[in-house]
Design a protein around this ligand. Sequence first.
Ligand SMILES: Cc1cc2nc3c(=O)[nH]c(=O)nc-3n(C[C@H](O)[C@H](O)[C@H](O)COP(=O)(O)O)c2cc1C
Length: 440
Amino acid sequence: MQRDLRYCLEQFRSANRLLTVGREVDPRFELPAVMKAAEGSGQAIVFEKVKGSRFRVVNNLAGSRDMLALLFETRPERVINQWIERVDNPMEPRLVSSGPAKEVVKAGSKVDLGELPMITHCHKDAGPYITAGIVVAKDPDTGIRNVSVNRMQYKGRNKLGIRMMPPQHLGLIHEKSEKKGKNLEIAVAIGNHPFEILAAATTVDRGVDEFSISSAFRKEPLQLVKCETVDVEVPATAEIVLEGEVLAGVREPEGPFGDFMQYYVPVMENHVFEVKAISHRQDAIYQTIQASSLEDTHILALSREAQVYAAVSKVAEVRAVCLAPTIMNCAISIRKRFEAEPKDVAAAAFEAYSWLKYCVVVDHDVNVFDGNDIWWAMATRSRPDTGLLLLENEPGFPRDPFQIHQSKLGIDATAPLNQWEEFERKIVPGFDKLRLDDYL
Ligand SMILES: Cc1cc2nc3c(=O)[nH]c(=O)nc-3n(C[C@H](O)[C@H](O)[C@H](O)COP(=O)(O)O)c2cc1C
C-alpha cells in the first residue's frame, strides 16, 4: 500500500499523536487560531467541520522532531542521517493508470475554488491562502519535472495569485516559457504524505525531479497519475489536485502575507495561476500549513540541517544538529576532542549555510531539540569573554533591507575537557525511559 496522507494519519493515531476537532470552525482566523494553540503539542490535527466547505482540514504533520522520527522510522537525533542516506539514493517514481485523486473531476465552468476550505491565516493577510500545495511543472526545454511549495492567494472561482520567482527553479522554468510567449502548465497537489512536501521544499540541483527524492524517502517509487488537462503528473493518492496555467506576461498584486519569519511580506507584483480543472477524492482532506509554525520551519530546516551536518561532520564528531525553530539559528552537539573544536564547528556551519546567523555548539549530553537545554548549556558552560566567534560583513538571508542578517555569532557552550567531572550533569535514574502515561 502506498504511504499517503491517510496512512500517515493512521500512523499518528496509533502513536497518540492525532488531535481531532469535532466542533465547526471558521476558516477565517478561527481555524488558524486553533492550529496555533495546538502547535506545540507535537500532534497532527484534523478539523472535521469547516464552515463553508464539505472538506475536512489537516495540519501539523511535521511539527516536531518526534513526528519526523516516526515518519522516517528512526530516533529523533537520527532523522538527519536517514535524510542524507535516502537523498543520496534517489529512486524513479512510477506512472500508474489511475488513483483516488481522480474520484471526482470537474473542469471548465464547474471549477470553483471556493468549495475548498479557504483559510485566512493572519489579520493583515490579503485574504485566504493555499499554503500546502505542491506545485508540479516541467522544464519546457528538457521536460524534466520540478516540484516546489508556493503560497497561493485566493482571487476568485478559478484564479490564484502565486509567488514563484527566480532563483527558485519554478520561477526559472516559468521565465523560460514566458520568453517563448507561452503560459506554463502546472498542477498543484494538496493533501499528501509529508514526504512529498519535505522533498518539494528541498533545494536540489536543477534538473533533479523532487519526486525521485520523495520516492527515496518512502523507499519505494511514488505512484503518479497524469493530469486531465495539462501535461504533468501528480501523486495518485493526493487528496485534491488543481490543474491549469501560470499566465505569461501577467503580474498582479499579491499579499500582504504573514510569512515564515513571522513578518508580513508586502504587496508584490506576482504571477497569476488560472485553474482549468479540479480533481479530488470523494471525501477529500484539505491540507494547510501555517507559515512560521514549527511545522513550516521543520520542513524548511531538514535539508539545511543535512548541509550543515555533512560539513561539520568533516571537522568534528557530531551527535546532532537542529535548525528549528527559525532556520537562522543552529545548535550542534559534539563529543569534544580539543578546546578549540567548537569554534571550528561553528565556522564550518556558517560556511556550509549562509542564512545561518547564530550557532551554539554544545556537548553530547545536551539535547539540541530542546531550547531549554540549549539555554542551560549557554548559561552554565559558555564563556562570553573567550568563547565567541564573531563574523562581520558576511552574506546572510538575502532579503535583508535593514542589514539585520549580515553578521554571525558562534557560541562555544561546551565544558572544559579537563574539568569534565565538575561539569558532569546530574542524572535522575530511569527518567529517560519513563512513560508518564503509565503513572496517570
Ligand atoms: C509552507 C511553505 C511555503 C512556501 N512558499 C514559497 C513561496 O511562496 N515562494 C517560494 O519561492 N518559495 C516558497 N517556499 C520555499 C520553496 O518551496 C523551496 O525553496 C523550494 O525548494 C523551491 O523549489 P524549486 O527551487 O524547485 O522551485 C515555501 C516552503 C514552504 C515549506
